[in-house]
Design a protein around this ligand. Structure first.
Ligand SMILES: Nc1nc2c(c(=O)[nH]1)N(C=O)[C@@H](CNc1ccc(C(=O)N[C@@H](CCC(=O)O)C(=O)O)cc1)CN2
Ligand SMILES: Nc1ncnc2c1ncn2[C@@H]1O[C@H](COP(=O)(O)OP(=O)(O)OP(=O)(O)O)[C@@H](O)[C@H]1O
Length: 202
């Protein structure tokens, strides 16, 4: 394809994604607190089941999760439970803009601070680690395993920079499913996407 056609397509996709992100985030905001709690609990149960069935519960492994923002599934109860079981939980943070995310080890009594966009993050006292398994919250997803995030490209940049690819699990709601997100060169597919109804795009 001629480079200028490629560029026009890339621009069209970026415009479309921006509109879809807004639409999906607005829809997510309308979830009631009790629906949000129910969906979060269902997603947590599905995830726990997958870890136990396929990864021996991930004991001893470094599993990066996230501190929920903006209506994302709240998996903090599962974070505590997995930590107790012996999974090493990590959290991501943006320490440099437009650079890969940094992961640090979380414990229930770890000190947290506010990072960019007001997201709670671990302090620099927490050890830096590289995840074996990573959880990527998503704003939209498609059956081929591609995800739309907040548009910063952070997960794609991070996954592209890791020395060996971790197991990549996307998490979000069924309602955020799109026929395709029009994957671009830089988009990295998830190995599995977990929603309240189960695992997709395996
Ligand atoms: N809970 C959670 N933590 C996470 C992520 C995530 O997706 N969810 N991230 C995954 O990468 C990283 C943070 N990435 C983010 C990137 C942009 C925005 C955001 O809200 N941006 C504003 C626009 C800001 C701007 O343009 O200056 C927005 O979308 O309203 C949030 C998180 C690390 N921690
Ligand atoms: N590996 C990479 N290296 C450099 N830039 C990248 C890389 N991956 C993505 N980007 C940039 O990030 C921008 C946003 O990417 P994209 O639309 O995929 O975001 P997103 O997946 O929704 O965001 P996030 O991963 O933060 O949740 C793209 O325009 C792209 O230029």
């Amino acid at each position: 394809m001629a480079p200028e056609v490629d560029q026009t397509q890339a621009r069209d996709v970026a415009v479309w994604r921006k509109a879809k992100r807004t639409e999906l985030r607005d829809a997510r905001k309308t979830l009631s607190a009790s629906t949000h709690a129910d969906l979060s609990a269902q997603i947590a149960a599905r995830l726990e089941d997958i870890l136990h069935r396929h990864y021996h519960g991930a004991k001893g492994q470094i599993f990066s999760m996230y501190w929920p923002i903006k209506g994302e599934p709240d998996l903090r109860t599962l974070m505590g439970k997995l930590h107790k079981f012996g999974v090493r939980i990590a959290l991501p943070s943006v320490e440099t803009k437009a650079a890969p995310l940094v992961f640090r080890l979380w414990t229930p009594d770890a000190e947290m601070t506010r990072g960019d966009w007001n997201i709670p993050v671990l302090t620099k006292d927490a050890a830096r680690v590289t995840p074996d398994i990573t959880l990527a919250p998503l704003v939209g997803w498609d059956p081929a395993g591609y995800r739309l995030g907040y548009g910063g490209g952070y997960f794609d940049r991070t996954l592209a920079a890791l020395p060996s690819p971790p197991l990549k699990i996307g998490v979000g709601y069924d309602a955020a499913r799109l026929p395709t997100i029009y994957p671009q060169e830089h988009d990295i597919a998830m190995d599995v996407i977990v929603t309240e109804t189960g695992a997709h795009a395996v």
